[in-house]
Unconditional design. Sequence first.
Lengths: 204, 204
Amino acid sequence: MEFPSKLIENAVAELSKLPGIGRKTALRLALHLLKAETETTSSLAEALAKMRFDIRYCNTCFNISDTEQCSICANPLRDHSTVCVVSDIRDVIAIENTGQYQGVYHVLGGVISPIEGIGPSDLHIEPLMNRMQGEESEVKEVILAISPTMEGDTTAFYLTRRLREFPEVHISSIARGIPVGGELEYADEITLGRSIVERQRQAR
Amino acid sequence: MEFPSKLIENAVAELSKLPGIGRKTALRLALHLLKAETETTSSLAEALAKMRFDIRYCNTCFNISDTEQCSICANPLRDHSTVCVVSDIRDVIAIENTGQYQGVYHVLGGVISPIEGIGPSDLHIEPLMNRMQGEESEVKEVILAISPTMEGDTTAFYLTRRLREFPEVHISSIARGIPVGGELEYADEITLGRSIVERQRQAR
């Protein structure tokens, strides 16, 4: 695809570096911006640059934050004795959106993946250990909320071993099972199997 | 969906103004930018702003251009007696990609659409008339290459009437018919009907 203008060509090349955006979509986006007010483009460009350059990460949990401590860690009403370990900021947002969790988080920044060259030292695992050590630590439970992929399971396994250092701390993982609204016959065998083995007794 | 950072919130809000990008996709894009080098974001933001503010339109055909005249209009090897009228820059790119057209273009900048409040005066129709008038005009054929939607057909009809002013100029429209590789049984009735009425005699 050849473009009549180097400016468009550049914009399309940059846009199509984004995940899930090919050259045709990039061109559609570029032409949309050309048709819209100039302000649309300038505020988009500004918001992206501002986000990238001014973003900070919480000193405690590595969640994204506009301040040194994120709003969750800084909130005295949250339960600071329960730490939910997730791989990604997106997981924090997803769990927060449920409105079901009152504890705090710890964002690893990824999962252990030998293929991609990501080892334990590339993740925020030591800060988690530091967070749990010392007299003033109030952590009583660590919830491992890591996606059950191969890499995720490896990471959870590694963390479980490291957390043996703190025998007084409970370790749990999020419940696996058939999604609410999901149909049994379409569930994969491993999930269905686990959901039977780890069946929950109903109150009666 | 609540975000832990106003900066991310802004970026997501701006990104999701783009066509076909919802809040979830916008968040994915924003987090991708946060993980990538800062340079990725700055060159994206720069390319977009540069495109929007420095773009120019060809004085003759209203194609996008980095200069006063686009590379097609400025090319003496193109056939300047044949003008292909299209609604959009994307159409120019599509036709150029076929490598089958040697003439020049005229970009209307849209189609007549009473519902969206776009009348003939909002399109580059007068410049087309001016282009054809005068002693030095060399236009011998106008090809109407406008999508056969209701608005497109209205626009083509309007143009045909306006072009009666130039009885010596041929007016043609792109061929309609079954797409190459298309199956007869799946073609819509109007296309199939026209493709029979306007059948092409084969050389033998």
